[in-house]
Design a binder for this molecule. Structure first.
Ligand code: ADP
Ligand code: MG
Length: 282
């Protein structure tokens, strides 16, 4: 390997908004055939908004009270959605990664999260708000004292640059996979809007790395693009881990490439650059 070509590659990367951590990352990028993309916060902005509440007046208040203890973007959105309501103190708060949160509010046990969370308590959501339309529209369910109480609909906009980036990856002959802890309908809505055919939904944070390993066992050379704490193990397992700029410190540490431009075009750019640099080196 000629260090000069490597330096030029890394220098050019920096000017595009791509920080490449070393030669191994650059080498790996050149042979990638599959790109796994996290949904929330990567393909979508992660800046969610409550667009609808299906349930009685206290539903949003109870849900927002529980969410005070959670760091998840959904929690922030629900709190914003409940602005003006008096939130209540929460006891026994628990965060359930990839599922939701729970706590005791006003003497009532409140669960806020996805269908899998309710299912784990043998609770079936009885209303299913329409998930039609594009955008990462998600639903969070609320149960009180073990009984389904209603749902909160959230919008999570697809990043304007996502479609172009996915098209470019396909144009480079790469296969794409959408990986998320979210429910299948929300995942499929985003995937359909972007032309991603392979969708892996309801994957718990702890299982994300396993999905990457499965793809590798099938002989695929995998790049993982993620943002959050949930993706750290998957980023580290992948042949190449790319973290988007909004990523947490943990995601950044486990990533080989850090994308510091707020445009998903940096993903195909990084892979294209690595391929070119690799040709120069060898
Ligand atoms: P992603 O894989 O898309 O980044 P996460 O693994 O963080 O998503 O979460 C997966 C799903 O779990 C969310 O889409 C949501 O349905 C549910 N969830 C996680 N945390 C919370 C929370 N604090 N409140 C409500 N729902 C949550
Ligand atoms: Mg995420």
């Amino acid at each position: 390997a000629t260090p000069t070509a490597l330096m030029v590659g890394i220098g050019r990367g920096a000017s595009l908004g791509i920080l490449i951590k070393g030669q191994d990352a650059l080498e790996a990028s050149g042979v990638i055939d599959t790109v796994v993309l996290d949904k929330t916060g990567t393909l979508t902005t992660g800046e969610m908004t409550v667009t609808g509440v299906d349930g009685d007046d206290d539903l949003l208040r109870y849900a927002a009270s529980v969410e005070q203890g959670s760091e998840h973007p959904i929690a922030r959105a629900i709190e914003r959605g409940a602005a003006g309501l008096d939130l209540l103190p929460v006891e026994n708060f628990e965060t359930l990664p990839g599922l939701g949160a729970s706590g005791v509010v006003n003497g009532h046990h409140v669960l806020v999260g996805n269908a899998a969370l309710l299912a784990s308590h043998d609770i079936t959501p009885t209303q299913q708000p329409g998930l039609a339309g594009q955008g990462g529209r998600g639903v969070v369910y609320v149960a009180v004292d073990g009984v389904f109480a209603g749902s909160i609909v959230l919008s999570d906009d697809i990043r304007p640059s996502a479609r172009e980036a996915v098209d470019a990856l396909h144009g480079q002959g790469l296969r794409t996979v959408l990986l998320t802890g979210d429910d299948a309908p929300a995942a499929r809505a985003v995937a359909a809007g972007l032309g991603i055919e392979d969708v892996r939904a309801n994957v718990l944070p702890a299982d994300k790395a396993g999905v990457i390993a499965e793809l590798q066992a099938d002989g695929r050379r995998v790049a993982m693009v993620g943002d959050g704490i949930n993706d750290a193990a998957a980023l580290a397992t992948a042949d190449l881990g790319l973290a988007v700029v909004t990523g947490t410190d943990i995601a950044l540490k486990s990533a080989d490439i850090v994308l510091v431009r707020d445009h998903l075009g940096v993903i195909p750019d990084a892979i294209g650059l690595a391929r070119k640099t690799r040709q120069t080196i060898h």
